[in-house]
Design a protein around this ligand. Structure first.
Ligand SMILES: NC(=O)c1ccc[n+]([C@@H]2O[C@H](COP(=O)([O-])OP(=O)(O)OC[C@H]3O[C@@H](n4cnc5c(N)ncnc54)[C@H](OP(=O)(O)O)[C@@H]3O)[C@@H](O)[C@H]2O)c1
Length: 334
């Protein structure tokens, strides 16, 4: 029986500060023939995500660190090539956490079948995947209500752009910040944000005060740092914060002190809730039903930035920290 050639990205070394291409290697490998209860999958697209930066560090976190010399892991959508397991046949589309490689062998429990009727299939990495579910879960977490004003940082990315569209569908006034004029236009014209501004052209708080002089009700934090500090100042009495991410801090060599104005939580009786999408997996079917219907009806758009080939995956990952993506950053492998 023949072996299947594949390429994969391995962790070569752990970064200090900003990761570089030298922290990764591209390796060729050959997969053995599959055995009973195994499925051979060829990845069509893989995801690169900011949280992967944390997994490059040693030490315990909410997910295990990537292992030196081993292939990285992450979300992927692939096609079954060969199956010796019930429930999977060649041509089926499946999602998995076997990203960063062209082909892999898995047991059925590690695969999630998805419909090919929805296109592009990469939407299962974005609006209908982990990042879309993060946006959906975040809004549930703080029980967002019609008429409220929500500010979303990192708004033009995978999570932010879906969070804004869902908040609009729930009747909110939506303000977003992003790192370029192109992204600001995308938020206003394609995602229906009421207001969007470029956080690089002036202090976030000044721009936020200009656009929301009466303050905001909810802050969806993807960025941390200056954006979080501005939101703490802008939030109204009993305001809520969805603590989703802090990408502005992920490459810090030493942890920075927290926001200087944290005492606003006390004086304004704010609530800050930590969001971990992994906690919401038991509601995945509900998410897929609701947001899938919005997607099919054209009410939620899945925007993506696509790079081609596994040899470009590292560049795509590093590009997240330079704002090179509009919407979901996706690496097409086949
Ligand atoms: N809690 C959870 O379960 C969960 C799940 C998924 C994601 N997240 C978090 O959600 C956030 C967004 O993730 P995503 O997958 O949607 O990524 P993304 O927004 O699609 O991509 C990252 C974006 O972050 C922005 N950025 C990079 N460096 C920045 C900096 N120093 N200051 C401000 N913005 C910066 C860039 O956009 P600009 O051009 O606008 O700078 C970049 O495009 C991340 O913090 C991620 O860790 C959390």
């Amino acid at each position: 029986m023949s072996r299947t050639p594949s390429s994969e990205i391995r962790l070569a070394s752990r970064p200090i500060g900003i990761p570089t291409a030298a922290n990764f290697t591209l390796a060729r490998t050959e997969l053995k023939p599959i055995r009973d209860q195994q499925v051979l999958v060829r990845n069509l697209c893989m995801s690169v995500d900011p949280y992967m930066r944390g997994r490059m560090n040693a030490g315990k976190s909410y997910v295990p660190p990537f292992e030196l010399g081993k292939p990285l892991e992450g979300g992927a959508i692939g096609e079954v090539i060969e199956s010796r397991a019930e429930g999977f046949k060649p041509g089926d589309a499946v999602t998995s956490s076997y990203g960063w490689r062209e082909c892999f062998i898995a047991s059925p429990k590690d695969l999630h079948s998805v419909s090919r009727a929805i296109q592009p299939l990469s939407v299962y990495l974005g609006a209908l995947g982990m990042t879309g579910m993060t946006a959906w879960a975040g809004l549930h977490l703080v029980e967002i209500r019609a008429g409220e004003t929500i500010f979303i940082s990192g708004a033009a990315g995978a999570v932010g752009s879906v969070a804004g569209q869902l908040a609009k569908l729930r009747g909110c006034r939506v303000i977003g910040s992003a790192g370029s004029m192109e992204k600001v236009m995308f938020l206003r014209e394609e995602c229906g944000f009421d207001i969007a501004f470029d956080y690089k052209v002036g202090p976030v708080l000044e721009q936020l005060n200009l656009e929301a002089p009466d303050g905001i009700d909810v802050y969806f934090d993807n960025v941390g740092g200056e954006a979080l500090e501005a939101a703490l100042s802008s939030l109204r009495l009993h305001g809520r914060i969805i603590a989703c991410g802090g990408i502005s801090t992920y490459n810090e060599e030493k942890p920075r002190p927290g926001p200087s104005n944290l005492f606003n939580i006390t004086t304004k009786r704010l609530t800050m809730k930590g969001l971990m999408v992994l906690d919401w997996l038991d509601r995945q079917a509900e998410f897929e039903k609701e947001v899938g219907a919005y997607f099919r009806a054209g009410k939620v758009k899945h925007k993506e930035t696509v790079v081609q080939g596994i040899d470009k995956a590292v560049g795509a990952f590093l590009g997240l920290f330079q704002g090179q993506n509009v919407g979901k950053m996706v690496v097409e492998l086949a």
